[in-house]
Structures are given as C-alpha cells and as structure tokens.
Design a protein around this ligand. Structure first.
Ligand SMILES: [Zn+2]
Length: 376
C-alpha cells in the first residue's frame, strides 16, 4: 500500500473525470461521494455498513468533534479512525463553516473567530493554526484549510474582502500544516458567484500549492442554476492534476451536474438526514415512505436496488416501522439512500471510463422524470 498521497486521472469524458486518490489508508475512487459522519458516526449506520454501500471515504466535522468529545480526547484514544472504527480515509472540514451556521456570539477578526458552543455555551477560538492542530489530533487524512464563507447573496465588496482574508488564512493553514507525508491539505477557492474573484482566489491557492482544491462558498442558498453557472468556470481555474472537491453538495442532480463540470469529490448530509425523515431517493426520483399509498404495498422501494432495505423489505414494512418510529426505519432508509448515492457515483465512474457519460446522464434524467412506480 502506498505511503504517500497522490491523485491519478484515468479517463475524461468532456469535462467529467474519473481517477483514483491514493492514500496510506486506501484508495478513493473518483468521482467520490463522502457520507457525513458529523459526530464520529454516520447516523443510524455501522461503519462496516457505510463501507458496504461503496463509500471509500467519509467526512468528519471539526466543529462538532472539538466541542464534544474534544480533539485531545480522541487523540488520546488513538485518533478518529480507531475511535469510530473506520479504517478507510477520513476528510475533516475546518470548522469554519459550522461556526458560522451553528454557534452563538461569534466574533471574527484577522486572527480567527471566537464563539460560544451551541451545546453548553462554553467559549472557544478557531484560527487557521488551531484548526490545523485539531485536524492533526483527529488524524484526518485530508485536512481542509480554515476559511470564511459568507452566505449568499452578499455584495461584491463583502465577497471580495472575505475571499482575500480566506487566502491569507490559506497561507497560514499551509504554514501550520507543515510537512506530513501521507496526509493531504486542500485549499478552498472562494469568490462567490464572481468569475474574476474566483480566478484570483484560484491563482492565490495555486501559488501556495495544495494537494487538492475545493470549490467553496456554494450550496449556501444560491440555487442550482447559479451554482452550475459558477461550476461552468470555477473547476477550470483549478489545477487539472489535483482532486477538485465541491463542498456540501448535494441532491442527486446537483452531483451529476457537478461531475459533468469537472468535480471529483462531494459530501452531503442529504442521504443520511433524509433517511431519518422518510425521504427516499431512487432512480425514479424522490418518494416519501410515510405516505399512506405504501401501507399495503409488498414491493421494494426499487426492485433494481441491491441494498438490504430493497432486497429484504417491502414498502409496507418500511412504511410501518417509520410510522411506528422504530429505529430500524432510520437504519434501513439511510442505508438505501447512501447505497443509491454510491450507485450514482459508480455509474458515472463507469460511464466516464467508457466515454459514455452523455448517454448515462440522459438515462439518469429520463429515469427521474418517469417518477415513482404507480400505486397498487
Ligand atoms: Zn435500496
């Protein structure tokens, strides 16, 4: 097994790419979807079940883990992989985004951000240096730069000032990360919806040099059309020989549209969170298991799906355990959703490798347009 971090591109089809990120903890096939394991668990899933869906890597949240149980405690217990019993690669975010969305009484300066925990009100500070320290304590394989991401819409002056500070923080993150063979540090492009600011941000990151590059600051309320408009140019501004990661995306059609535009990695809570609220994604679109139409339906969610929820259980059963608020409901529905998202990724990887992405994409959209099977 390799002892270094590397990325090799195996095929391209239009702007879509397929390849492999090699790490000492295993390979990540791209395009890759990363399930979110916020508090050292992908909710309702055993780690071996997450792996069985086809996930090569998962995402952990610095903000949550630093507050509870703390990075120091996890480090003393052997690191995040051992702590949560997941031996494949882990990517951690920097904590910045969730400080902005979850914490109270934030105060931002050039140095970093101070805030109060949403759990117990305790006071904390995150800086680029502290974020690098926490992610190192966790043992994260792919570390994200500490940055600031303004909610959209925001005016150009605000976007520009924020991007400039994020680029200074990117340099400080790089300096604090140091030289750690086998581990990767990703820079994060900012600049909102503005092409020239995105280009300036990309140039600053390329000067610093990272192991991978994220397109940040999207999926923050701008809508799919605006996001795709940015993705029509943003990935092209980043190096072709490094992985490109779109943070916090998304719905199945967002993911397909992003890969089409040259994105290699994504993460989102959507499949796991939706699994717990009864929202199911299949190749025929979205269905809600709590609807009465499923109460007597002996058919699976999707007869073509290979997940345990579809192989072994009827819609009627899944409807029943959801309504009865049984724990197996969240387990099975999360498993199905994660399995379906990984099926999409495998489908795209195969299609790109054989030069048939356009046909695969047409089939994907046709399946969704068809809608769920008719009620019995
Ligand atoms: Zn299934």
């Amino acid at each position: 097994m390799t002892q270094s971090f590397s990325f090799s591109l195996n095929a391209t089809d239009g702007k879509a790419r397929t390849g492999v990120i090699s790490t000492p903890r295993g390979d990540i096939r791209t395009p890759a979807f990363m399930p979110v394991g916020t508090a050292a668990t992908v909710k309702a899933m055993m780690p071996e079940s997450v792996a069985a869906t086809g996930a090569d890597i998962l995402l952990g949240n610095t903000y949550h883990l630093m507050l509870r149980p703390t990075a120091e405690r996890i480090a003393n217990l052997g690191g995040l992989h051992k702590f949560m019993n997941w031996d494949k690669p882990i990517l951690t975010d920097s904590g910045g985004f969730q400080v902005m969305s979850l914490s109270d009484l934030r105060k931002m300066s050039e140095k970093g951000v101070t805030f109060r925990s949403h759990i117990d009100g305790s006071k904390h500070e995150l800086t680029p240096e502290r974020s690098m320290e926490i992610q190192k304590l966790l043992g994260s394989d792919i570390v994200m730069c500490f940055d600031e991401c303004p909610a959209l819409p925001a005016d150009r002056t605000r976007i520009n000032e924020s991007m400039q500070m994020s680029m200074r923080w990117a340099q400080r993150s790089r300096d604090a990360f140091g030289d750690r063979p086998g581990y990767a540090l990703f820079g994060i492009q900012q600049g909102g919806l503005e092409e020239d600011l995105r280009a300036e941000s990309a140039a600053a990151l390329r000067d610093i040099e990272f192991d991978g590059y994220a397109v940040g600051g999207l999926a923050v309320g701008e809508g799919q059309e605006a996001m795709f408009n940015v993705l029509d140019f943003a990935p092209d501004q980043l190096p072709t020989d490094k992985p490109r990661y779109l943070m916090g995306v998304g719905k199945p059609d967002d993911i397909v549209g992003a890969v089409k535009r040259g994105i290699d990695m994504m993460d989102c809570v959507l499949p796991s969170r939706s699994g717990r609220t009864g929202q199911i994604f299949t190749r025929h679109g979205v269905l809600n298991i709590k609807n009465a139409r499923h109460a007597d339906d002996p058919r699976p969610l999707d007869e073509n799906c290979g997940c345990p929820a579809c192989r072994n259980y009827s819609r009627a059963y899944l409807h029943h355990v959801f309504r009865a608020q049984e724990m197996i409901s969240g387990m099975l529905l999360t498993w199905h959703n994660l399995h379906y998202f990984q099926d999409i990724m495998q489908g795209m990887r195969d299609a790109i490798a054989t030069g048939s992405f356009a046909a695969w994409e047409a089939d994907f959209h046709a399946g969704r347009a068809q809608g769920d099977i008719e009620p019995l």
